[in-house]
Design a protein around this ligand. Structure first.
Ligand SMILES: [Zn+2]
Length: 293
């Protein structure tokens, strides 16, 4: 994750909006593509403000016709007649024209993205992030929240990687926060509900993908917030369900262990996803929540 200054963010925003004005692709798609690429590359190239790094194979430079992209990809966006893979305006302009060649509806954009990235999770992440940016009309979304109300009676320890008491020899990919049945469970981040339903081990569980390519997994819920569904945009503090003890059996099985929230975090780097320890983040968010009380 990068720490970006407010002036850099406003510079990026004006690039997204400028490109949107000439391509009719809503700005938040450019912002979401940039945000996605910001997570999969180690650093932003010198002198750039966006993190989008086109595959050289796809780039139509001045003297190198592209085998894959229609005319327009690689065209110059900054009026210097030279299309450069290292220039933000040229890249956004080209990307916009490439997407526009498929059309400007949500489905058109989804297909254009799929043909560029060739990966479902990548396309889904970008489409979801676009919805988050659209809803909040900004890319500056840094708030976080602790998943349980601080006034609730709860406790948790660092148990990531432990051998599970339940579920065989799989290692424990998360932190268990013990609390009473029915204590509200809140989203810790901005994001989109990606999954909701029953799983043999997780019981009633919900998964939220945030704008940093991180998947947040909430399991063993007693129930879900009324009406919450896959595709919903959420923000930190939004109630998504309540603490329970569901799982380890057919749908509805409950009470095989003390009620707790199992909270897991998974990072996607554009190629694969892995579990990492949420404990230090929970500690940080708990402290933040206490400060803002
Ligand atoms: Zn657990």
């Amino acid at each position: 994750m990068y720490n970006v200054s407010a002036s850099e963010e406003s510079e990026r925003m004006s690039l997204y909006k400028k490109t949107s004005a000439v391509t009719n692709i809503p700005w938040y798609y450019f912002a979401a593509i940039d945000q996605y690429e910001r997570q999969i590359h180690d650093e932003i190239p010198e002198g750039r403000v966006t993190a989008i790094q086109p595959d050289p194979l796809f780039w139509r430079g001045v003297n190198e016709p592209s085998m894959f992209f229609p005319d327009g990809w690689g065209a110059s966006g900054n009026d210097d007649a030279k299309a450069e893979m290292t220039n933000d305006e040229d890249i956004l302009w080209s990307l916009g024209n490439y997407i526009k060649s498929y059309g400007t509806t949500k489905d058109d954009i989804r297909i254009a993205l799929w043909n560029y990235y060739k990966r479902d999770l990548t396309v889904q992440t970008i489409m979801n992030t676009a919805q988050v940016f659209k809803k909040f009309q900004t890319v500056s979304l840094t708030d976080r929240d602790f998943p349980l109300p601080l006034e609730a009676n709860y406790s948790y320890n660092n148990t990531w990687g432990d051998v599970r008491g339940f579920g065989g020899r799989r290692i424990h990919e998360g932190t268990d926060i013990f609390a009473n049945y029915g204590v509200p469970v809140k989203s810790t981040t901005y994001g989109v509900v990606e999954m909701k339903g029953w799983n043999k081990y997780g019981g009633w569980r919900i998964g939220i993908r945030d704008i940093y390519n991180i998947y947040h997994y909430y399991a063993h819920l007693n129930g879900f917030k009324d009406g919450i569904k896959v595709g919903d945009v959420v923000k930190p503090g939004d109630v998504i369900g309540s603490v329970g003890a569901t799982g380890y059996g057919p749908p509805g099985t409950s009470g095989k262990f003390p009620p707790h929230l199992h909270y897991g975090m998974y990072k996607d780097n554009g190629e694969h996803e892995w579990s990492f320890d949420p404990y230090p983040y929970l500690k940080k968010w708990e402290k933040l929540a206490r400060k803002s009380q």
